[in-house]
Design a protein around this ligand. Structure first.
Ligand code: NAD
Ligand code: MG
Length: 399
């Protein structure tokens, strides 16, 4: 390794963003931080820029420019401040950028992430929502630019590691793949009876048994929508049709996912539930680097359990399979309605079991239609958000 490679972390102040910087800081000879971005946490961003000697800082909220410039000075960071959505889109085109960690949460990450792929960067993809809503656009952009797209989501990273290196060129069927099997922890309500689900609180939903994550993905894990989004993500990343994707609940989160082959072989990736493993793999691929992660000791782990998911208690997983089969706009609509419903749940506007109801009614109210461009995706996303908000408003009127 001669000179360090330039790293941009989109969503640096989040759970994945901070873990990424933890891994990168262990390898100063390999990674140099070009730019860090955040939504509106100016102080958090400025502190990270100072700590990691970033050259640029971007705050997505355009009104925070002056605050950011001041905070950077106060923290002793020499990073150049930028603000607003255009700055966020443009930051991946800075000279000297080689690796982009896409770790913004939600559809808000779509434009800079897709831009990074169009520019042919090495893209470590954590922002699953952008792959869910625009999988075809990502695949076209990847083919056109030759970008390297390595999944960070632990399940997809496990699948990537368990597939042959040339799966993208040969296709899954020609590689002898029969099934992609995603493991799911089952979330904090894995054993909660249906009758009790309506009353669960945001704090209970965000207390995940195995993983420490942002609030949105924690709620998604509790509804199993996280697994639903991951089914669609697996379709986008690996080109697998819905029938080739299975989900199995595995409460210990040690087997991160599996690939079943035609000859009866099943390959899996195992490890401790610590995102720094898939993050390190995605940043350094095809090499392997130290990630600061505790080693897996199977004798201490003791047992690994598996069982089928309960689609009656967790309808979000079924809705996601339906949206994948429907195709076109449906995954973008599912994702947008979910983002609105999850936020409403976190804001205590609706109960937990209303989340799938809002998503289903938004899907039903949306005419089918293809998405050919990023504008189509963004239009479907906006329309679905408005519909979901309207449903929530009506629900609170009747409450
Ligand atoms: P988080 O909420 O902890 O952090 C989100 C980051 O995105 C923050 O830096 C925030 O400032 C930024 N952000 C939020 N809204 C934004 C907006 N509108 N515009 C610009 N920036 C915005 O989330 P997280 O848990 O780190 O998850 C990030 C992504 O990674 C999600 O897509 C999630 O599904 C995925 N993921 C996370 C984990 C995990 O362990 N946390 C695991 C697998 C996949
Ligand atoms: Mg995951």
């Amino acid at each position: 390794m001669n000179t360090p490679r330039g790293l941009v972390v989109l969503g640096a102040t989040g759970s994945v963003g901070r873990s990424t910087l933890d891994v990168a800081a262990r390898h100063p000879e390999r990674f140099r931080v070009v730019a860090l971005t955040a939504h509106h946490d100016v102080q958090g961003l400025a502190a990270l820029c100072a700590q990691h000697d970033a050259a640029h800082a971007v705050i997505a909220n355009a009104e925070c420019f002056d605050d950011l410039a001041l905070a950077l000075r106060e923290h002793g960071s020499g990073a150049t401040p930028h603000a607003g959505p255009q700055a966020l889109r443009d930051i991946v085109s800075l000279d000297g950028t080689h690796i982009v960690m896409a770790a913004i949460v939600g559809a808000a990450g779509l434009e800079p992430t897709l831009r990074a792929v169009e520019l042919g960067h090495h893209v470590a993809l954590a922002n699953k929502e952008s792959m869910v809503i625009a999988g075809d656009l990502f695949e076209k952009a990847r083919q056109a630019s030759g970008a390297r797209l390595v999944p960070v989501d632990s399940e997809h990273n496990a699948l990537f590691q368990s597939l042959p290196v040339d799966f993208a060129e040969r296709g899954l069927a020609a590689s002898g793949v029969e099934k992609l099997i995603l493991t799911a922890s089952g979330g904090p309500f894995r054993e909660t009876p249906s009758a009790e689900l309506a009353a669960v609180t945001p704090e209970q939903a965000c207390a995940h048994p195995n993983w420490d994550m942002g609030r949105k993905i924690s709620v998604d894990s509790a509804t199993l929508m996280n697994k639903g989004l991951e089914v669609i993500e697996a379709h986008g990343l690996f080109g697998a049709p819905a029938d080739m994707i299975d989900v199995v609940v595995h409460p210990q989160s040690i087997v991160h996912s599996l690939v079943a082959y035609r000859d009866g072989s099943v390959l899996a990736q195992l490890g401790m539930p610590d995102m720094r493993t898939p993050i390190a793999h995605a940043l350094a691929w095809p090499e392997r680097i130290e990630a600061g992660v505790a080693r897996l000791d199977l004798a201490t782990a003791g047992r690994l359990d598996f069982h089928a998911p309960d689609l009656d208690r967790f309808p979000c997983l079924r809705l996601a399979f339906d949206a994948l089969r429907a195709g076109g706009k449906a995954p973008a609509v599912l994702n947008a309605a979910n983002e609105i419903a999850v936020q409403a749940f976190l804001d205590a506007e609706i109960g937990f079991t209303r989340i799938p109801v809002i998503i289903e009614s938004t899907l039903e109210a949306t005419p089918a239609g293809a998405v050919a461009s990023i504008d189509d995706v963004l239009a479907a996303d906006q329309a679905a958000r408005a519909l979901a908000r309207e449903t929530i408003r009506k629900m609170s009127e009747h409450a």
